[in-house]
Design a binder for this molecule. Structure first.
Ligand SMILES: N[C@@H](CCC(=O)N[C@@H](CS)C(=O)NCC(=O)O)C(=O)O
Length: 205
C-alpha cells in the first residue's frame, strides 16, 4: 500500500495521526505531493479525479480517497487499538461526533485558512476575503458548542480517545495558520487539547 499525501494539510494529517496511533506509520510508504503543483496534474487526477490528498493506493492498484474511508479501511485491517468503536452503538456515536467535528469545525476552519491566508492563494482561486470572514464567525461559534460538549466528557466522542479527537485536533492545528487559538479562551477545549497534544501521534505532521 502507498499513501499519496502532503505535509501540513489537515486531511492528510488525520490519516498520518491515525496511522501513528495504530503503530503503522512506518509500514505504509508515503509519497509527499506538493499541493501547489502536483495534485491537479494527470498522474494524480488518475488517482483522484478531485485532485485531492490523501489517497491510499491498495495492493490491487485501486485508489481509496476520503480520509474517513481510508481510516475505516485501516481500522478493519488493523483493529487494535480501536479508534472507531467496538459495538454498533459505539461505532454510530463515534461516527456522529466525528462527522460533527468534520463538518462543524474542520470545514469552517479550513475555509477560513484557505480563503484568509495569503500563502494559500495558490490553492484557492479566487480567495474570497468575505468568505474567510464568514467562515471565521462560524468556526468561532463552533468553539462554543465544542467547549460545552467537552465539559461533560474527556474526549470528543466520550471518555476515550477516538478518530473524532484526531479530526478535531488536526482542524485546530491547521487554524494556527490564521493564529486562531481557541484553547486560550475555552477551558474545556484547553484541557482536551493538552491531553491529545501529549500523545506521540500529535507530533506527526
Ligand atoms: N474530503 C476529503 C478532503 C481532502 C482535501 O480537501 N484535501 C486537501 C488537503 S487538506 C487537498 O488535497 N488540497 C489540494 C487542493 O486544494 O488543491 C478528505 O476527507 O480526504
Amino acid at each position: 500500500m502507498k499513501l499519496y499525501t502532503a505535509k501540513l494539510a489537515p486531511n492528510p494529517r488525520r490519516v498520518h495521526m491515525f496511522l501513528a496511533e495504530k503503530g503503522l506509520l512506518d509500514q505504509i510508504e508515503r509519497v509527499e505531493l506538493d499541493l501547489a503543483t502536483q495534485t491537479k496534474i494527470p498522474d494524480h487526477l488518475g488517482r483522484n479525479p478531485l485532485g485531492l490528498v490523501p489517497v491510499l493506493e491498495l495492493d490491487d492498484g485501486r485508489f481509496l480517497t476520503e480520509s474517513r474511508a481510508i481510516c475505516s479501511y485501516l481500522e478493519h485491517m488493523h483493529p487494535e487499538p480501536n479508534l472507531m468503536g467496538q459495538t454498533p452503538e459505539e461505532r454510530a456515536f463515534i461516527e456522529m461526533f466525528d462527522r460533527r467535528v468534520e463538518w462543524g469545525v474542520l470545514l469552517p476552519l479550513a475555509n477560513w485558512v484557505r480563503h484568509g491566508h495569503p500563502g494559500l492563494g495558490v490553492l484557492e482561486k479566487p480567495q474570497i476575503a468575505d468568505f474567510a470572514e464568514a467562515s471565521s464567525q462560524k468556526a468561532k461559534a463552533a468553539m462554543v458548542w465544542l467547549d460545552e460538549d467537552l465539559a461533560g466528557r474527556d474526549y470528543v466522542a466520550g471518555n476515550r480517545f477516538t478518530i473524532a479527537d484526531i479530526t478535531a485536533f488536526c482542524a485546530l492545528e491547521f487554524a494556527r495558520l490564521v493564529k486562531f487559538k481557541p484553547w486560550e479562551s475555552h477551558p474545556n477545549i484547553a484541557r482536551w487539547r493538552d491531553q491529545v497534544k501529549a500523545r506521540p501521534s500529535a507530533d506527526v505532521g
